[in-house]
Write a protein that binds this ligand. Structure first.
Ligand SMILES: *Cc1c(COP(=O)(O)O)cnc(C)c1O
Length: 422
């Protein structure tokens, strides 16, 4: 296997994400992507089971998105969003508001998920300050949660998940508790909020599935409980749909399955169909109204340099076109059935603890994974791109993955897990 020259020359200058650079398997050089396939520099093709961290919901290189980005590139790739505006950003905001439904209609753009969550937290804290309520700077968040890697968001992630434990002493103090999975837990949380409530700005949760914290599922009833708690104690409810948004759970947004609505929602990952970085924090008019004032100090003082990037907004608009013109949600629901049936044989393995599926998310949880690097290598040798973390092997393929590709993907996972204890 020959390594291209640009790898040998460039890799010594790269710092990879989430990797012990000394011992991690070197990254695979990719030269082309198409549909659900990655083509490596040595000519091998891998079937992608991850859709690049769940972003590429339409598969790679969808011609409709490519065409929209090319046209926007010719017209205007980017202008600053301070004092200027443009059609792709306003059209996208209008369309997101229409899709999210009444009450979620004011869009603030950023360029990554972590920053979208930071903005949501900033909005929630200032929402209270602008109304003269001091001392509401804490958030209620949940064990198993993941909301990003910046200092503000690390503080609302699961404190024991390991990714951020080094920085614990530097992080803001929040209340990280168990999700109220039953009535008893709900009553305990209710009692806790009775005393803690006045110090809280809001409740922050990933609805239906906690993604990077372990691919943990919960029932829509949990979200209805959180809505009731937020209303009872006068707190803002923030849904982080950066993972779940745009069809991943079988509905366009996960909150639809609970029949309730948050006060603020964060979106990113699949927003541009996996092509360009873009995120949005969408607030209800109740939240926005607290900033609408003659007092300049009531303004939201935030503004990323690449906010509302026109190329990214054009890509997002094209991605939304595809949700209208192609049967994406039906595909997500069909994937759900196929993943449940296809991964079921994993249950028979002694080292598999649980197999669970929600929408287009298939999760095989092991009792532990001793050598993750070796497991990753064996999956690549089997012709698939799957990236286990913690003790889970998960599949979040493109919603457009072909049935035979999905079949190959699942068979490879089963064969690799069956061959030996990972
Ligand atoms: C990925 C993710 C984030 C962070 O997004 P980045 O773009 O990586 O900063 C936040 N919340 C959830 C639920 C995510 O899945």
């Amino acid at each position: 296997m020959q390594t291209p020259d640009w790898v040998a020359r460039g890799q010594p200058h790269i710092w990879q994400p989430y990797a012990q650079m000394k011992t991690a398997t070197p990254p695979l050089p990719v030269v082309r992507s198409h549909g659900s396939r990655l083509e490596l520099a040595d000519g091998r093709q891998l079937i992608d089971g991850v859709a690049s961290w769940w972003t590429a919901c339409h598969g790679y290189n969808h011609p409709h998105i490519a065409q929209a980005v090319r046209a926007q590139l010719d017209a205007m790739p980017h202008v600053m969003f301070g004092g200027l505006t443009h059609e792709p950003a306003l059209t996208l905001a209008r369309r997101l508001a229409a899709l999210l439904g009444p009450g979620l209609d004011r869009v603030f753009y950023t360029d990554s998920g972590s920053v979208a969550v930071e903005v949501a937290m900033k909005m929630a804290v200032q929402f209270w300050l602008n109304q003269g309520e001091r001392g509401r700077s804490r958030f209620l968040a949940f064990r198993g949660g993941y909301h990003g890697d910046t200092f503000g968001t690390m503080a609302v992630c699961d404190p024991d998940e390991g990714m951020h434990s080094l920085f614990r002493g530097m992080l803001a103090e929040h209340d990280i508790v168990d999700l109220p999975r039953d009535d008893a837990a709900m009553a305990r949380l209710d009692a806790f909020l009775e005393t803690r409530g006045p110090q809280l700005a809001g409740i922050l949760v990933e609805p239906l599935v906690q993604g990077a914290g372990g691919m943990l599922l919960h029932d829509p009833e949990v979200l209805r409980r959180l809505r009731r708690l937020a209303d009872r104690h006068g707190l803002l409810l923030i849904f982080d749909e950066i993972f779940t948004g745009f069809g991943r759970t079988g509905t366009l947004f996960a909150f639809e399955q609970a029949g309730i609505r948050p006060d603020i929602i964060t979106l990113s990952k699949a927003l541009t169909g996996g092509t360009l970085p873009l995120a949005a924090t969408v607030a209800s008019s109740r939240v926005f109204d607290a900033f609408w004032s003659d007092d300049p100090s009531h303004a939201l003082m935030h503004g990323p340099t690449f906010m509302g990037n026109a190329l990214a907004c054009a890509a997002a608009n094209a991605s939304l076109d595809l949700f209208e013109s192609e049967p994406r949600l039906a595909q997500a629901r069909a994937l759900s059935t196929a993943l449940a049936a296809g991964l079921a044989p994993c249950r028979e393995l002694a080292w598999v603890r649980d197999v669970r599926v929600l929408g287009a998310i298939g999760v095989v949880e092991l009792d532990r994974i001793d050598d993750r690097e070796a497991l990753k290598r064996r999956l690549v040798e089997a012709g698939v791109w799957v990236r286990p973390f913690g003790n889970v092997v998960y599949l979040t393929p493109a919603l457009t993955i072909a049935p035979d590709e999905l079949d190959t993907l699942m068979r490879a996972v089963i064969a690799v897990l069956r061959a030996q204890r990972p």
